[in-house]
Design a protein around this ligand. Structure first.
Ligand SMILES: *Cc1c(COP(=O)(O)O)cnc(C)c1O
Length: 375
């Protein structure tokens, strides 16, 4: 079976975890601190706060910038539902924006009028954040998004779940705006099993995030006191140790993914599939390699994915059309046509296997099996 993904877990990762387990000190401690320092360095931020997963990271980041019940948060229609769920979990309402067909990321041309419209009316005071997503490890157009957000004074939080190590014009994902959120789920390039991180350059925001993570405990006071009703969103120290050892391999893993992505690009160049588009100045990490099928093939996709699995090649759709999932559809009455590009990409995206242990022969087989399954 050629698997969609295989985490790169090696002897040093196992040894790091084992050492912490054997020490008897299991909860958040010095290894988590080292993990935070390593991620802050990669994101080029002064602060990093480790949390249980990226959904928790998004939740506390939104709360920390002041998102409250009744507020509005602008986000991408095409993402894993955790992005919008974090907004709903604050009691706020997501305002979805359609994506670009090239990058699968929020379309700045569509974001600008949506934001202008919101800021004109009486909803103005309720717009508390913009939450772009870096789809499949390709950065959203952060320079444009920040330029659009700035005159309105709305904070921007990056859903960089898939994008640790991705770069745009020399600037890494996560550190562009008010805060950035990473995931260390096994589907991402480096993993701690479950795990997440918020990064920021704002020390006061970081203090609020640390309190929200840890039962509301004031992280800066000498004696323990509780300054707000917080969560327990901590990670364990053995996950921290695994994070440190995984981070040390990030460059190697990302290089391997880029190399294999370039091989797929060449193999697909003369066919009907559109390989992922990389804009000038962007260096994606390819959390997933997502090709776009011709529109007339969309109908064949479910059967082809099943047939490929039977032939030992694991593929899947891209990610989700969040407004068209049942909860959002029923709550807000969205329908097909409200987000035409997301409609098309949701029907036509296909994720190919991508991981370090994938050989060129595997990639040849993947491409020829896919051609066979669709033709
Ligand atoms: C994986 C993912 C999440 C959720 O991350 P978890 O760590 O599993 O909570 C959120 N947003 C996006 C875009 C993701 O891909």
């Amino acid at each position: 079976m050629i698997r969609l993904t295989v985490p790169s877990i090696e002897a040093d990762d196992l040894a790091a975890v084992r050492e912490v387990l054997a020490s008897g000190y299991l909860v958040q401690g010095s290894h988590v601190k080292r993990f935070e320092a390593a991620v802050a360095e990669r994101a080029a931020t002064s602060q990093a706060i480790a949390v249980s997963n990226c959904t928790a990271a998004l939740h506390v980041a939104l709360l920390a910038v002041g998102v409250q019940p009744g507020d509005l948060v602008v986000t991408s229609a095409y993402s894993f539902p955790a992005t919008a769920n974090a907004i709903e979990l604050c009691g706020a309402t997501p305002v979805f924006v359609d994506i670009e067909i090239e990058s699968f990321n929020i379309d700045p041309e569509k974001l600008a009028p949506v934001l202008d419209e919101l800021m004109r009316g009486d909803r103005r005071a309720r717009v508390k954040a913009i939450l772009p997503v870096h789809a499949f490890g390709h950065l959203a157009d952060m320079a444009r998004i920040l330029a659009i957000a700035k005159p309105h004074g709305v904070p921007v939080i990056e859903d960089a779940a898939c994008a640790l190590g991705a770069v745009q014009t020399g600037r890494p994902a996560g550190g562009w705006a008010t805060a950035g959120c990473f995931s260390f789920h096994p589907r991402k390039a480096v993993t701690t099993g479950e795990g997440g991180m918020v990064v920021t350059n704002d020390a006061a925001l970081a203090a609020r995030l640390r309190a929200l993570r840890n039962h509301g405990i004031d992280s800066e006071a000498q004696t323990t006191d509780f300054i707000l009703p917080g969560f327990n969103y901590r990670i364990t120290d053995f996950q921290g140790a695994m994070g440190v050892s995984q981070l040390a391999k990030l460059d190697r893993i990302v290089a391997a993914r880029r190399e294999r992505a370039a091989i797929y690009d060449r193999m697909l160049s003369d066919g009907d599939f559109r390989p992922p588009v990389v804009k000038a100045g962007h260096e994606p990490v390819y959390q997933s390699y997502v090709a776009l099928l011709p529109s007339e093939w969309a109908e064949r996709r479910p059967r082809a994915i099943r047939a490929l699995l039977e032939r030992g090649v694991e593929t899947t759709i891209g990610t989700w059309h969040v407004p068209m999932t049942r909860y959002y559809r029923e709550r807000y009455g969205y329908k097909t046509g409200d987000f035409p590009v997301t409609d098309a990409v949701f029907a036509r995206a296909l994720t190919l296997p991508l991981h370090e242990t994938l050989s060129i022969a595997d990639q040849e087989r993947v491409v020829s099996e896919i051609r066979g399954a669709f033709n």
